[in-house]
Design a protein around this ligand. Structure first.
Ligand SMILES: [Cu+2]
Length: 633
């Protein structure tokens, strides 16, 4: 309505993005109850008839447009792929005579069984790209409407589609490759065989209910408090994560989100070299969220949050059960049997899980934040779903044969989280910590010594760093104004998994566009405008935006209000076991308190919760009784 009143929404204008505008952190921290709140939205508007686009920020509270910035697609990139463009490319491609002839030469005439995929084109300086809104279309065949098409790639051919001119502008019909025949339907008992009958039910019950409480968007669990938000682009966002420590409520992270991801493929063939999907910026990850089902996606005492997203015409779209909140037993928290006293104590670890799932084309991803009793924060991504397939060329160095004649090209799943850190307040600093062996010498005659080096990352350019598991490298985020009882600066430590960063050549288009994935760590000075590690509009963007631009300012970050960006992920060399649907893979990182507390913060966790661990049930006897010495000694 607001946009219509200002004459900005015509019949062909679509919302390529519509979401709440993140307020400036400083305004939020200074906010006192009762003050008016200016709720603002950000919209990326696309005229599908002309390709003209603009980014508009408007206040709902004031009913005013605050800013309108026109988009030059050749320089700024294109608005994200619209959900409705799935249908558009299908119509355009199937109406193209050359493409229909190419299908007929492959013996494919029932075009209702051909599935056309709207794939982001990237930016390779091709004449077919410049200033146009383009999608690349690879096609897959079904044997019948319920057959999963990913088993039957129609390879060797790709159509480049101009969405504004509504036509195929280039058809690369490179080679004839046979379409793999074997079906792969994980929902078809003829393929899977009958379900096994040997699994007995596991029931997860909490007879007294869950230990968390939810008040609107505020979640409180044990000592943790945070707010839950959902963004059409980033999906789940956690705000103002803090930990109650005695009488103090201590901030840890102001805002945490998955800010970008990329899935770059390794196949250099003329039909597929461009495959690199930025699922957050190009496909608006949050828009692809699933409605979760109790008993299937989540077990136990669950609290669900719904999400409300916008359709292309600006109407609300409700997603029930978009976010799952529950607590999990996580094995032993700590345990000690004292060999000199009769003390034997065990406590159980628990974690609070806040998660959501998305489906982006062939892949599905679960994103899980975990908060633990001991102050640990963990983020875990669970890629699953179906691998992107190709016709398998025997001996290919770039793909695995996963079924007869069916290839799965090698690729990476690389993620970048934005962590607006706030350890005990805004001034924070980052040190790189490495384990350091000490050579034999005067002070170390037996060569047993080793120590740890701490290097302060003083400016943004110092802080673009690579993990190094051979020295156990971690990054410690501390507050230079806050110390624990031992006079140590309070800190959290980012523990990376340290798997490979982007494997594409540093001079490639992918490396320019996904520069965030060329380092594991980036640290920047807080700026509310710096939200996206690969820039605002990713689709067809030439590259260089986002983190490379931010750190080129080379601002000091030692004791400033800082944002930590961590890139991580997996290299996926598909296995036959990943077909036809891949068991969940895992990747992520951990943030662990290091001197944030004065001692183990879980000493008050009770031993007995519904179970009785009596001394009689312990297997260990005191030392004198357990060690029986031969009587003649
Ligand atoms: Cu994969």
């Amino acid at each position: 309505m607001l946009f219509e009143r200002h004459g900005r929404v015509g019949t062909t204008t679509r919302f390529a993005f519509l979401g709440l505008e993140e307020p400036d952190k400083r305004t939020v921290l200074d906010f006192s109850p009762g003050e008016p709140i200016d709720r603002r939205v950000r919209a990326v508007l696309l005229d599908t008839a002309t390709g003209a686009a603009q980014i508009v920020v408007a206040s709902i509270t004031r009913g005013e447009i605050d800013s309108t910035v026109p988009v030059d697609p050749a320089v700024d990139g294109q608005p994200a792929v619209l959900l409705e463009e799935l249908e558009t490319v299908d119509e355009i491609v199937k109406a193209d005579d050359l493409w229909r002839n190419a299908m007929a030469r492959r013996g494919i005439t029932d075009l209702d069984l051909v599935r056309c995929c709207p794939l982001s084109a990237g930016n390779f300086g091709l004449s077919t790209e410049h200033g146009r809104r383009v999608l690349h279309v690879l096609s897959f065949l079904q044997h019948r409407p319920e057959d999963h098409c990913w088993a039957h790639p129609i390879d060797g051919i790709v159509a480049y589609v101009d969405l504004v001119e509504r036509r195929v502008i280039d058809l690369i019909d490179d080679e004839y490759l046979p379409v793999p025949e074997e079906e792969g339907n994980e929902d078809d008992v003829a393929y899977t065989g009958p379900p096994r009958t040997s699994l007995k039910p596991i029931e997860i019950t909490q007879p007294e209910g869950a230990s968390f409480s939810v008040d609107d968007d505020v979640v409180t669990w044990q000592n943790w408090t945070f707010r839950v938000g959902f963004d059409p682009r980033e999906g789940l966002v956690l705000h103002q994560i803090s930990f109650r420590d005695g009488d103090r409520v201590r901030p840890v992270i102001y805002r945490a989100s998955l800010a970008e991801m990329v899935v770059p493929y390794a196949d250099p063939s003329p039909v597929r070299f461009w495959q690199s999907y930025f699922d957050v910026g190009e496909y608006l990850l949050g828009q692809q969220v699933n409605s979760l089902q109790h008993g299937c996606d989540c077990l136990g005492e669950i609290h669900y949050f719904d999400a409300v997203l916008a359709t292309g015409d600006g109407n609300p779209r409700d997603i029930p059960n978009a976010i799952c909140l529950h607590e999990e037993d996580f094995g032993v928290l700590w345990k000690h049997t004292d060999i000199f006293t009769e003390s034997a104590e065990t406590r159980r670890q628990r974690r609070l899980v806040i998660s959501f799932f998305v489906t982006v084309g062939n892949y599905d991803y679960g994103f899980y934040w975990y908060l633990y009793l001991d102050g640990t924060i963990q983020f875990e991504v669970k890629p699953t779903g179906t691998v992107f397939t190709s016709a398998y060329r025997p001996g290919s160095p770039y793909a695995t044969e996963v079924a007869p004649g069916l290839g799965a090209p090698y690729h990476q799943h690389l993620f970048c989280v934005r962590l607006d850190m706030m350890i005990d307040g805004t001034p924070n600093a980052v040190d790189e910590l490495d384990a350091v062996p000490i050579p034999i010498g005067a002070d170390n005659p037996h060569g047993n010594a080793f120590t740890r080096s701490a290097t302060r990352l003083a400016t943004e350019s110092d802080a673009a760093r690579i993990a190094n598991s051979s020295v156990g490298r971690t990054w410690r985020i501390s507050n230079p104004d806050s110390t624990n009882r031992l006079d140590q600066y309070v800190a959290y430590e980012l523990r990376p998994e340290g798997r490979p960063i982007l494997l594409a050549d540093p001079n490639s288009s992918t490396a320019r566009r996904a520069a965030f994935a060329t380092k594991h760590l980036w640290v920047t000075r807080y700026d509310p405008a710096e939200r996206f590690p690969a820039g605002e509009l990713i689709n067809q963007h030439p590259g260089g935006a986002g983190l490379p631009e931010f750190v080129a300012k080379n601002r000091p970050i030692d004791g400033e209000d800082i944002v930590v960006w961590h890139s991580f992920g997996t290299v996926h060399f598909p296995r036959p076991e990943d077909w036809p649907v891949m068991p969940v893979e895992y990747c992520g990182f951990t943030l662990r308190p290091v001197g944030f507390f004065d001692r183990n913060p879980t000493l008050d966790v009770p031993a007995h919760l519904g179970h009785h661990c009596t001394p009689e049930s312990r297997s260990t006897e005191p030392l004198e009784a357990a060690v029986s010495l031969p009587s003649d000694q």
